[in-house]
Write a protein that binds this ligand. Structure first.
Ligand SMILES: Nc1ncnc2c1ncn2[C@@H]1O[C@H](COP(=O)(O)OP(=O)(O)OP(=O)(O)O)[C@@H](O)[C@H]1O
Ligand SMILES: [Zn+2]
Length: 465
């Protein structure tokens, strides 16, 4: 399988063992999550599902940043502790991703890794990669960028560009590009109770070190895939790579994969720009799987400009696939109930086209197009295809939808026994006589058992609600 590796700046054939270890940078928990965050989560969940389909065992980690300036600011504003704020929004995030049918993964929090972070910072000082700077309440610790020779390799930024990007001005820094590993506590940190004892006095970790530590602790080094939105390439991932390399004396990540943004009128969806659409608002109106469909309907390296019309389209497309799957299923149940078997037309397999799309830089829109072709073949041949072919087509579409995460709580149409068969026949006869009272009564009886009857031009079919 080929993916675009940010480090090699090229499509790269992945060389993976049976177990694949993935780390994806997660949210900073200080507000409800928006659909930009959802895109990131869904893309890596879909990649995970595809790798599992290929037979890999996937160990996937997505962290929560629960110590951060933005969390502390909000806590101070609301007169709360930082962990109260982060805990609330972590729970809300988990509810959102459940709606998006995201599989469970390992979800560590920075606050659970303070001792490991402190030891790593000590080690970086010992190895000559970091230094301390005196502050009011103790010391800040900075990573010294010139000590790490290949700094800048991941983002490909020149020294001038790197210097221009600096966002932590501090005259005590030895180099403009140096970044914080440990921040000595300030008044707001005390107010929000977001500080920890350390050899450098009370303080808290800088942002980047958390991901170096959580990823290496849970997955080991090197691990296979590091994911995140493309905004994280610099400085977050550049710094993470530098710290991890300095700690473990090896390239820490085998492949760096970055997703492009959800945009609104061409601008990144982000809280600071005030153009966000919350996951839950879309889910409530259109359903989680319609949103999921939208999020994979664009290639992961392309921006996806959000509009409500696009969600409406996505919902229609998702329902088309779902209905086609059900059509195949209902016909299979019908044949098995009333005929036992059926000879007929073939529905061609499109498995190769689907796999090829995903093997080639994880082209989910192309994979969805293949699924639509299969769905359309099912719909046009459902009443004339052989039972064997319908069963194959059902399995194929089901598997593809499952890889895309578009199957949730699917109940198969059951093969009916003698009594039900008679009831269906009785109802069809009642309908012919225009005895709708009897027909409705029988239909309601099935409905009470969770079986929905559908009248087609070829007779009654049914599915499980
Ligand atoms: N608009 C977006 N489109 C796609 N991915 C995004 C978008 N916004 C954030 N992400 C990704 O979601 C993950 C969690 O991001 P994080 O909580 O740091 O959000 P953020 O970039 O600070 O968002 P905001 O600016 O809205 O606060 C990261 O991998 C980030 O790259
Ligand atoms: Zn990270």
């Amino acid at each position: 399988m080929k993916l675009f590796d940010t480090m090699r700046k090229d499509l790269t054939e992945l060389n993976l063992e049976n177990e694949v270890r993935i780390y994806v940078c997660g949210i900073t928990a200080y507000d409800y999550s928006h659909i930009g965050h959802a895109r990131n989560v869904v893309i890596f969940d879909t990649l995970r599902r595809y790798l599992e389909f290929k037979g890999h065992r996937v160990k996937i980690v997505q962290n929560f940043t629960d110590i951060d300036d933005k969390i502390i600011n909000r806590a101070v504003k609301e007169g709360k502790k930082a962990l109260e704020i982060s805990c609330k929004y972590i729970n809300e995030f988990l509810k959102d991703v459940e709606e998006l049918n995201v599989k469970g993964c390992i979800r560590p929090k920075v606050s659970e890794y303070i001792p490991q972070i402190i030891s790593a910072v000590e080690k970086l000082i010992e190895k000559g990669y970091a230094y301390t700077v005196r502050k009011d309440n103790g010391y800040d610790v900075y990573f010294h960028v010139p000590a790490f020779e290949s700094y800048g390799k991941l983002s490909g930024l020149s020294t001038q560009e790197l210097e221009r990007h600096r966002i932590e001005p501090d005259p005590q820094k030895k180099d403009k590009r140096d970044f914080a590993l440990w921040k000595s506590a300030k008044e707001e940190d005390f107010n929000a109770e977001s500080y920890f004892d350390s050899p450098w006095g009370p303080g808290r970790p800088g942002w980047h070190i958390e991901c170096s530590i959580m990823s290496s602790d849970i997955l080991g080094v090197p691990f296979d895939i590091h994911g995140g939105g493309m905004d994280l390439v610099f400085p977050h991932h550049e710094n993470e790579r530098a710290q991890s390399y300095a700690l473990f004396d090896t390239e820490p990540v085998r492949y760096w994969i970055h997703n492009n943004f959800i945009t609104v009128n061409g601008e990144k969806m982000s809280k600071s720009l005030g153009n966000i659409v919350k996951i839950r608002d879309v889910v409530e109106k259109y359903g989680g799987l319609a949103l999921r469909y939208l999020l994979i309907s664009a290639h992961y390296r392309h921006p996806l400009d959000y509009s409500e019309e696009k969600v409406i389209e996505a919902k229609k497309s998702y329902e088309y696939l779902q209905n086609s799957l059900r059509n195949a299923d209902m016909e299979i149940a019908h044949i098995k109930t009333f005929q036992g078997g059926r000879e007929g037309e073939e529905i061609p397999s499109l498995r190769d086209g689907f796999v090829e799309a995903l093997e080639n830089d994880f082209n989910t829109p192309r994979a969805l197009a293949v699924m639509h072709e299969l769905a359309s073949n099912i719909n046009s041949r459902q009443f004339s295809a052989s039972l064997k072919s319908l069963e194959k087509a059902f399995d194929e579409l089901y598997t593809m939808m499952d890889i895309m995460g578009l199957i949730k709580d699917y109940g198969r149409s059951p093969v009916l026994g003698e009594d039900d068969r008679e009831k269906i026949t009785e109802r069809e006869e009642a309908r012919k006589r225009k005895d709708f009272k009897t027909a409705d009564m029988i239909r309601d009886g099935f409905k009470k058992r969770g079986i929905i009857l559908v009248d087609t031009k070829h007779g009654t079919r049914w599915y499980v609600a």
